[in-house]
Design a protein around this ligand. Structure first.
Ligand code: ATP
Length: 253
């Protein structure tokens, strides 16, 4: 049975200054669903993720998160506690250790006592395969290790919605496979006990096919095609999508 809507957009338009970054977006993401955004650079994938995180506010049309319209800063901060975002550039605090990076925001939000958060942080370090790195600073870790720490940080607040913005775009091909395996386990709910609701922008087509319930193909701020992963990759929905997927495959080793 389909879960309740976590994100609902209908006729959503978003501008940055005078520029329309998203136009007429219709999107429903239900609890436990995984939606993958695919599209060329500048098509609006990051913008759609940023709207969901409350980072772009110049919008019109219908937009609801967790069943209500977030309008005030208080409503946004409540919604943000229920979600986490993972970026391509890791965004770790350079002057904090790995464990501190994982626990810092959760401490600020008082999501648990110091001892509880440290224990959960250490458990997450193990789960993401970074045992022994608790005291390392970001500059002492590889890109892949930093992204694993960022994934642990995202999980510490037990988020209901995970926003992923090209999480492997800064990594080398060998490291990418390990991070995608980890993210697949995260999406399937291996660490949280329930399947995650996920909105993910990626150029990794194998990963997209693996996790996506539905794929949205974006161009120039519009969703130009959408369907289940099988429909989209199987052909018959959008030739332009298949052309883009083919072009991406040629770029990859
Ligand atoms: N701060 C900004 N001011 C003006 N225009 C912006 C700003 N940020 C993004 N844009 C424009 O919005 C459009 C959508 O950008 P967005 O980053 O959402 O695309 P994207 O699909 O995520 O691209 P990429 O794959 O390169 O990350 C682009 O045309 C971009 O130039």
């Amino acid at each position: 049975m389909p879960g309740e809507p976590v994100v609902e957009a209908a006729g959503l338009n978003v501008r940055i200054g005078d520029f329309p970054v998203l136009t007429d977006i219709d999107l429903t993401i239900r609890k436990g669903e995984k939606i993958v955004l695919i599209g060329p650079s500048g098509s609006g994938k990051t913008s759609l993720l940023r709207v969901c995180a409350g980072l772009l506010s110049d919008r019109s049309g219908r937009f609801e998160l967790f069943g209500s319209v977030p309008a005030t800063p208080g409503q946004w901060s409540k919604a943000r506690r229920r979600m986490a975002m993972i970026f391509q550039s890791f965004n770790l605090y350079s002057m904090r250790t790995a464990l501190d990076n994982i626990t810092f925001a959760a401490r600020e939000l008082r999501l648990g006592s110091e001892a509880e958060l440290n224990e959960r942080g250490r458990d997450l370090l193990e789960l993401v395969g970074c045992h022994g790195l608790a005291d390392r600073y970001p500059f002492e870790m590889s890109g892949g290790q930093q992204q694993r720490i960022a994934i642990a940080r995202a999980l510490i607040g037990d988020p209901e919605l995970l926003l992923l913005d090209e999480p492997t775009a800064s990594l080398d091909p060998e490291t990418i496979a390990g991070i995608l395996d980890l993210l697949t386990q995260v999406a399937e709910g291996r660490f949280s006990g329930r399947p995650m609701t996920v909105l993910c922008a990626t150029h990794e087509m194998g990963f997209a096919r693996r996790i996506a319930d539905r794929v949205l193909f974006m161009e120039k701020g519009y969703v130009v095609a959408s369907g289940t992963s099988r429909q989209m990759f199987g052909g018959g929905v959008s030739d332009r999508f298949l052309e883009f997927v083919g072009a991406m495959a040629h770029q990859r080793p």
